[in-house]
Write a protein that binds this ligand. Structure first.
Ligand code: CIR
Length: 254
C-alpha cells in the first residue's frame, strides 16, 4: 500500500519539454494545470497524502518527477537522467527527499537511468535498458538495491521511451502489458492484461491501493482492468501525452 506521493506542478516552460509526439501539437499550459489538479485529486481519493511541489521553470520536463528518483521502502536512489536537458533536474528533488528519508543513494557517471525505466514488483525491480537508461546505470542500481536486501534485473527495450510506457504492474501477479513486451519470456510468469496497440498509451497506468488510475479515453483498457477486479479511475492527461508523459511519470508514490 502507498501512503504518500510527491508531484511537481508544471511550469510555463512545459511547452519546451522533450517530445517524440510533435504530431499531437504543443501542450496547452492552462489545460495542463487543470489536468494536474485532477491528477492530484485522484491520488488523494486513493488515500494518499500528496506533497505538491512548486513549478521549476528551469527544467521543462520537471513535472515528470518519477524519472529523477526511485523510492523504495528501504532507500531512495536519486537517478542520473539520460536526457541531457533533464540531467540537473535531480538537484531539485534531493532536498525534498532528504527531509523524509535517511538512506539516500546516487547514480554516478557514466551511468544514466530514468526511473520511468524501473518497474517494482514486490522487492524486485525490473530495469529497462533504453535510450535513457544505460547498462552502467542499471548495474549501479542493482548493486544499490542488493545493499538494501532488494533485487533487480535488466530488460531490453527498443520501441518505447521507458519500460513503464508499455508495462504496469497492478499487484496480485497482474501485469498490464503492450507491444514488444508481450512475447518477452521475462514476463511470461504474470497474468497479462493485454492492451491493444490502438490504446497503447493506456498501458502506462498506476495501481494505487487497489484502485487503478488510467488515462481518460481508453474504453478497451478500462473494461479489461475493471473486469480484472479493480476499481478504475480515469484522469485526463492528454496535455502530458503530447510530451510522451503518462500517469506514472507525474508522481513519486511510496
Ligand atoms: C521526456 O521525454 O523525458 C519527457 N517529455 C517525458 C517523460 C516521461 N516519463 C516517464 O515515462 N517516466
Amino acid at each position: 500500500m502507498f501512503s504518500n506521493a510527491i508531484v511537481r506542478v508544471p511550469g510555463k516552460s512545459l511547452i519546451n519539454g522533450l517530445s517524440d509526439s510533435k504530431d499531437l501539437g504543443l501542450p496547452n499550459y492552462d489545460n495542463a494545470i487543470i489536468q494536474h489538479k485532477s491528477y492530484v485529486e485522484a491520488l488523494k481519493s486513493c488515500g494518499l497524502k500528496v506533497n505538491v511541489l512548486k513549478p521549476c521553470e528551469e527544467y521543462p520536463d520537471s513535472t515528470f518527477i518519477e524519472d529523477v528518483a526511485l523510492v523504495t521502502p528501504e532507500c531512495v536512489i536519486i537517478t542520473r537522467p539520460g536526457a541531457p536537458t533533464r540531467r540537473d533536474e535531480v538537484s531539485q528533488i534531493d532536498s525534498v527527499l532528504r527531509k523524509e528519508f535517511m538512506n539516500i543513494e546516487f547514480i554516478e557517471a557514466p551511468g544514466t537511468i530514468e526511473a520511468g525505466d524501473i518497474m517494482m514488483v514486490g522487492s524486485h525491480y525490473y530495469i529497462g535498458l533504453s535510450a535513457r537508461t544505460n547498462i552502467y546505470g542499471a548495474e549501479q542500481i542493482i548493486k544499490l538495491l542488493k545493499k538494501y536486501g532488494l533485487t533487480g534485473s535488466t530488460v531490453e527495450l527498443n520501441d518505447v521511451l521507458h519500460l513503464k510506457t508499455g508495462l504496469s504492474y497492478l499487484e496480485d501477479n497482474k501485469l498490464v502489458i503492450c507491444g514488444e513486451f508481450i512475447n518477452d519470456p521475462t514476463f511470461a510468469q504474470y497474468d497479462f492484461i493485454e492492451i491493444p496497440v490502438e490504446e497503447s498509451y493506456a498501458a502506462n497506468c498506476i495501481w494505487v491501493n487497489d484502485t487503478v488510475i488510467i488515462p481518460l479515453g481508453y474504453p478497451l483498457t478500462k473494461a479489461k482492468i475493471s473486469n480484472a477486479g479493480f476499481r478504475v479511475l480515469e484522469v485526463d492527461v492528454s496535455e502530458y501525452k503530447k510530451l510522451d508523459g503518462g500517469l506514472s511519470c507525474l508522481s513519486l508514490r511510496y
